[in-house]
Design a protein around this ligand. Structure first.
Ligand SMILES: Cc1cc2nc3c(=O)[nH]c(=O)nc-3n(C[C@H](O)[C@H](O)[C@H](O)COP(=O)(O)O)c2cc1C
Length: 350
């Protein structure tokens, strides 16, 4: 009887989750990136895009449970919709973390099954979990049972010598049965031995076909493709065969490319100019500095604002000379508006 009750309650959770999963727009999302997509970066990105889905950097479950939770997990409501990405393989820790994520107002919790770093492997999370489908399914099941927000997974398409459709498909099916409906597939296998995490982002070759095939085989799942995507024309092509596109490095390097995404993918009009972005950023900076945030912790994410534009060098030089030191002065930040206005004029005159 007890077992039946548990099963029925899990089933109810799953059907709830399906609804919630569908409510979030994951057509385009910004990839979780350690040391990049912190709360300040996400606020900055949100000034330019209201429609992309945002993810935190990966946070280990132990940090959530035993660390300075407020410092690690707090965010501004403007960043929403926002997913917390976690790393872990302990069912209990993961389920507790899911509940905490829900209580703190996150819209989704995502399990990292793609990070190949040695440290992460040593702690049994990330891409090495692709070798442990049953364990992953148990973890997902516990996460789904404990929270009401969608539980999603971000994984590679394979690992080491395994780049096999059937293996990946079975892996995904097991996790699906446990209650996960949304999969982000980094279209490149992970090399767990012999390559650094950085090399693992460029080697081996991307295999988009594998991701398309997973979507074709599982039309009921939400499949998000990731890896090496930057142009809106590429996003449009992928969206013909997948449900969503996740972009990492190219948005970090060229954040204003979010405006192209807003215009061309979401048909948004009235997008902010770079000058308006800088104005909003300055307001945020002032507020945060009063709360004790260091200027460089915010401004370091804005280096690419003029990527590919006239004035990019001036912008970067000013930031590097004045905004990147630990004790950078907020008063100097105000001068960015002069640089921005000069850059805007220079770009209008071409
Ligand atoms: C600096 C950096 C940090 C990353 N940190 C994470 C992370 O915390 N969690 C994760 O799932 N992937 C992480 N990744 C991988 C990205 O989420 C993404 O899968 C990868 O960069 C491929 O997408 P892209 O070619 O659009 O950059 C990181 C990538 C970079 C470049």
């Amino acid at each position: 009887m007890k077992k039946l009750k548990k099963l029925l309650s899990a089933k109810k959770k799953l059907s709830n989750q399906n609804i919630q999963s569908n409510n979030l727009n994951r057509k385009v999302s910004v990839a979780p990136m350690m040391d990049c997509t912190d709360r300040h970066d996400r606020f900055f990105l949100r000034i330019m895009s209201k429609n992309v889905m945002l993810y935190t950097e990966m946070v280990a479950t132990k940090s959530v449970l035993y660390g300075d939770r407020k410092k690690i997990l707090s965010f501004s409501t403007e960043e929403k919709p926002l997913a917390l990405q976690v790393g872990g393989s302990d069912k209990k820790e993961l389920s507790e973390t899911s509940k905490i994520a829900e209580d703190m107002g996150y819209d989704e919790i995502n399990l990292n099954l793609g990070c190949p770093s040695k440290k992460v492997q040593k702690n049994m999370f990330g891409a090495c979990l692709m070798k442990e489908p049953d364990l992953v399914a148990d973890c997902i099941y516990e996460m789904v049972s404990k929270s009401n927000i969608p539980v999603t997974a971000k994984t590679r398409i394979g690992f080491d010598d395994t780049e096999d459709f059937n293996y990946l498909n079975e892996f995904i099916l097991k996790i699906k049965k446990a209650g996960c409906k949304t999969f982000i597939l980094h279209a490149r296998k992970a090399i767990l031995k012999g390559l650094s995490p950085k090399q693992n982002l460029n080697i081996p070759k991307l295999n988009y076909e594998m991701v398309y095939k997973i979507k074709k085989e599982n039309p009921d799942l939400e499949i998000i493709i990731n890896g090496g995507i930057s142009k809106t024309s590429e996003i449009k092509e992928h969206l013909k065969l997948c449900d969503g596109v996740m972009i990492g490095r190219s948005i970090y390097q060229n954040p204003y490319s979010l405006i192209d995404i807003e215009k061309e993918i979401f048909n948004t009009i009235d997008n902010p100019t770079r000058e308006q972005v800088a104005e909003k950023l300055l307001e945020y900076l002032e507020k945060e500095v009063k709360l004790g945030t260091k200027v460089n912790h915010i401004m370091r994410h804005t280096v690419g604002l003029y990527h590919g534009q006239i004035g990019s060098k001036n912008w970067k030089r000013y930031l590097s000379d004045n905004m990147m030191a630990r004790d950078s002065d907020f008063q100097k930040a105000k001068h960015i508006m002069t640089i921005v206005q000069n850059n805007e004029k220079a770009n209008q005159n071409i």
